[in-house]
Design a protein around this ligand. Structure first.
Ligand code: SF4
Length: 166
């Protein structure tokens, strides 16, 4: 049942579709195991949790890698997700934490998903009836913003037109 959009800053999707299934799988595994996780040395609060869990190991911690060092190594080995070509983070296509650059990419390259997002916001009787209930931003607001931005003339367009007219 659709209840609304994920709540910005309090999204539970990661927990319900990633963390819980992994935990369920590990519980049913029935053998000794080691879980390798990607937490960097400059993430002390998250690392503290790893230290407390007996069978989790962070290789980034073991080899003294910060987030930036891991990023640089991935870039060097051509392992970066293409999402980093236009954004600093990746996420679900409907994520309420998405920045304008991510939303723009979705609108320009995956119009079907963008339209689906607009359509979802029109669903009646949702608990969270706006894409981002925290900032009270609707995806329809973003559609209008991008539509006007697309129509904005640049100084180069203006110079070109002026050249043609003179
Ligand atoms: S990317 Fe956004 S919508 Fe997806 S799990 Fe993370 S916070 Fe939730």
């Amino acid at each position: 049942m659709i209840t609304g959009f994920p709540m910005a800053g309090k999204c539970q999707i990661n927990r319900s579709v990633k963390v819980l299934p992994i935990k369920r799988f590990l519980k049913s595994f029935g053998e000794e195991f080691t879980q390798y996780i990607g937490i960097a040395v400059d993430e002390p609060i998250r690392l503290d949790r790893v230290v407390r869990s007996a069978n989790q190991i962070s290789l980034l911690q073991k080899y003294g890698y910060t987030e930036q060092m891991a990023f640089d190594l991935c870039r060097k080995c051509d392992l970066l997700s293409p999402v980093y070509d236009f954004a600093k983070r990746g996420g679900c296509w409907f994520c309420p934490n998405a920045r304008d650059c991510e939303l723009r990419h979705l609108r320009n390259n995956h119009r079907d998903l963008w339209n689906k997002l607009l359509e979802l916001e029109n669903t009646p009787n949702l608990i969270g009836n706006k894409w981002n209930t925290l900032t009270q931003t609707s995806i329809h607001d973003k559609e209008e913003q991008f539509m006007w931005e697309d129509r904005q003339m640049t100084i180069f367009d203006f110079i070109e037109i002026k050249k043609k007219l003179t």
